[in-house]
Design a protein around this ligand. Sequence first.
Ligand SMILES: [Zn+2]
Length: 131
Amino acid sequence: MTDLRSTLPARALAARDMAYAPYSKFRVGSALLTADGTVYTGCNVENASYGGAICAERTAVVKAVSEGHQKFTAIAVASDLTTFCSPCGICRQFMSEFGTDLEVIMVTTDGQTSIHTLDSLLPYSFGPKDL
Ligand SMILES: [Zn+2]
């Protein structure tokens, strides 16, 4: 059986190639592993109305939720940076809706990884527990 988690960095890098980023030229890809062993990839999709853009992480989460998944174990995020690409604040909040124990794997262009929990990236988060 393939260790799906170990495939996430490469899948995020591959998903990055699908990015639609004609304005920023900043391509990002993600690969999200669900608790039941499904992987959803995502890329950033920009818009001429700049505020309409969506990040790679949220693309993957939206794809997964729309297919019936709400429990996630890990997400890898990759860009064209040789340094680690960290999820933006909106994505941290968006992902925290489904659990702050999510493993966030930041990936460089040459495949190095830096691993964090979402809780460490978004401490004292506001979420479903607060409502
Ligand atoms: Zn983002």
